[in-house]
Design a protein around this ligand. Structure first.
Ligand SMILES: CC(C)(COP(=O)(O)OP(=O)(O)OC[C@H]1O[C@@H](n2cnc3c(N)ncnc32)[C@H](O)[C@@H]1OP(=O)(O)O)[C@@H](O)C(=O)NCCC(=O)NCCS
Length: 196
C-alpha cells in the first residue's frame, strides 16, 4: 500500500547540558500560556497572537502530535534538567519532499540571556540532520530582532539575505533576515566547536 505521509519514529527526548527537549504534553499548557503570553515574545514571533487567548496554549499543544505524525513539524518543549521548569519551545517546520526544515524557537523572558535558545537550537539542528534526513535547515527573524540573529550566527548559520517588507506584523511591513545551514557545513561547524 502506498502512503503519502512520511513515517517518523516516535518523537524522542533530546538532552543537552541543561535542557531536556521533550514533546509537549497537556500539563505544559499553563507554563506555555504564561511565557508565550508575554508581549515581547509575541512581538518577535510570526504566529503567537497577543493578547494570547486563554485556551490557545492547550489548543496548540493538542495539534502537535498529529503534525509530527504527518511529518509536517516537530516541536520540543524546553525543560530545565534541574527542576524541570518549562522555559520555552524549539521546533522545525518540515518540508521532507525537499529535505529541509525551518527552525523556530522562543524562550520565556525570565530565562533570556543564558544561552538556552542556542543550546536548544543546536540540539534541534543536530537532530534534523542526523535523524530526520534533512539536508538544509533555514530560519528567519525580523531584522529588528538582533537577539535572534545572534543565536543563528552562534549556531554557524549563514546569512543568506534580507527580504524587504516581507511580513505584515501588527500593522507594520517588516523586513526579515534569512539564514541557512547545509548538512555538510554543519559537520564542520560541529567539529570546530569540539576542538575549542
Ligand atoms: C531570541 C531569543 C529566543 C533568545 O533566547 P536566549 O535564550 O536569550 O538566547 P541566547 O542566550 O542563546 O543568545 C542570545 C544572544 O543574543 C544576544 N542579544 C540579546 N539581546 C540583544 C540585542 N538587543 N542586540 C544584540 N544582541 C542581543 C545575547 O547577547 C546573546 O548573544 P551572545 O551569547 O553572543 O552574548 C529570546 O530572546 C526570545 O524568545 N525572544 C522572543 C521570541 C523570539 O524572538 N523568537 C525568535 C523568533 S525568530
Amino acid at each position: 500500500m502506498e502512503t503519502t505521509a512520511p513515517v517518523l519514529a516516535r518523537q524522542p527526548t533530546l538532552r543537552t547540558e541543561r535542557l531536556a527537549l521533550r514533546p509537549l504534553v497537556p500539563g505544559d499548557a499553563p507554563a506555555v500560556q504564561a511565557l508565550a503570553g508575554d508581549r515581547e515574545v509575541a512581538y518577535n514571533t510570526l504566529h503567537i497572537p497577543h493578547p494570547y487567548p486563554e485556551d490557545a496554549a492547550a489548543k496548540w499543544i493538542g495539534t502537535l502530535a498529529v503534525a509530527y505524525d504527518c511529518g509536517e513539524a516537530v516541536v520540543f518543549g524546553l525543560a530545565l534538567r534541574e527542576g524541570g521548569a518549562l522555559v520555552g519551545t524549539c521546533g522545525l517546520t518540515l518540508d521532507l519532499a525537499h529535505a529541509r526544515g525551518e527552525i523556530g524557537y522562543w524562550v520565556g523572558r525570565p530565562y533570556w540571556g543564558r544561552g538556552l535558545a542556542t543550546e536548544a537550537a543546536h540540539a534541534t539542528i543536530e537532530y534534523a540532520f542526523t535523524r530526520l534526513g534533512v539536508r538544509r535547515v533555514h530560519a528567519h527573524h525580523y531584522t529588528r530582532n538582533s537577539a535572534s540573529g545572534a543565536v543563528l550566527r552562534k549556531l554557524g548559520m549563514k546569512h543568506e539575505g534580507t527580504l524587504r517588507a516581507h511580513i505584515l506584523k501588527w500593522g507594520v511591513f517588516e523586513d526579515i533576515e534569512v539564514y541557512g545551514v547545509l548538512r555538510d557545513e554543519w559537520g564542520s561547524h560541529r567539529d570546530t566547536e569540539a576542538q575549542r
